[in-house]
Write a protein that binds this ligand. Sequence first.
Ligand code: TRP
Length: 341
Amino acid sequence: MSMISKQAKTLTGIKPTGTPHLGNYVGAIRPAIEESRRDDIKSYYFLADYHTIIGVWDPELLQDSTRQVAATWLALGLDTDRSTFYRQSDIPEIPELCWMLNCMAAKGLMNRAHAYKASMDANVAEGNDPDKGVTMGLFSYPVLMAADILMFNANRVPVGRDQVQHIEMARDIASRFNHIYKGEHFVMPEAVVGENSAVLSGLDGRKMSKSYGNVIPLFCPEKKFRKYIMKVVTNSLEPGEPKDPENCSLFQIFSAFAKDETEIAAKRKQYEDGAGWGVLKQELFEYLNEELKGPREEYDRLIADPAFIEAELKKGASKAREESVPFLQQLREAVGFRSLA
Ligand code: TRP
């Protein structure tokens, strides 16, 4: 903790694609909200909707996901006075900066970006044109991400492991800009990978992910939530037979929510003593429900009040623009977009 400097600025983007699940909560949302309460860090969290339209071309779906993701963060207690919580598309300075950065970013560097490469590899494997279905949006995804980060000169960027490459690209683009336009315009951002976040497994034991369809939604009616927990795959061991907690999704989910090591040790003992799966599932449900039922009520209240959510996002956007407008002006000067008189 003490290693973080007074001026630390944390920034992270969340793509509004679908309904947040337990894995999003323990992996990203919960650590971010904890961090937003610290006095030594200035935090920025935004809904990355410019990124989302690279893959989502359904306006209702985008609007709906935006509402759900914003309501989730607010319901879980994000303090929007301490941190800056905004929607990327409310900050027009970002695409303008993105263009400047596009003019710095080497195409050869972007060729190596993993999302683009994965699409190309899949096309080649299927005998198609390598660029089939690849838009310029997908190709320049890392440049837009660099603009998000550099716009606020964030130095800490919490991300999943798959995003580390993009942060390195942001550094590369930023140093090119600094070099060409002779000045320390941008600070170099660092990726922060999962310091105190957990990766959860889902219903089938694989990593909980929307792309595997194995997720447990964070907020759904209590009965439905219980049903999800009951569906988590276990093995055929009977009550009375000792069970191995280590490779058990139920145990792993419990551990991610447990308050301390003592609770985890007590749960482990239950497994070793042969508790039945029915009991273990029911207890997990009750434990999670206890933590989530307050936020769930708040979430339902917020979903029914989109004007409130909109106002929160607009408040965040105006805070963000207090920085982005003057900073972009400086950058415009730096590149030579200058008044002639
Ligand atoms: N690419 C990130 C993801 O898929 C989301 C994102 C967009 C982001 N812009 C960002 C994360 C800037 C960190 C900083 O998860």
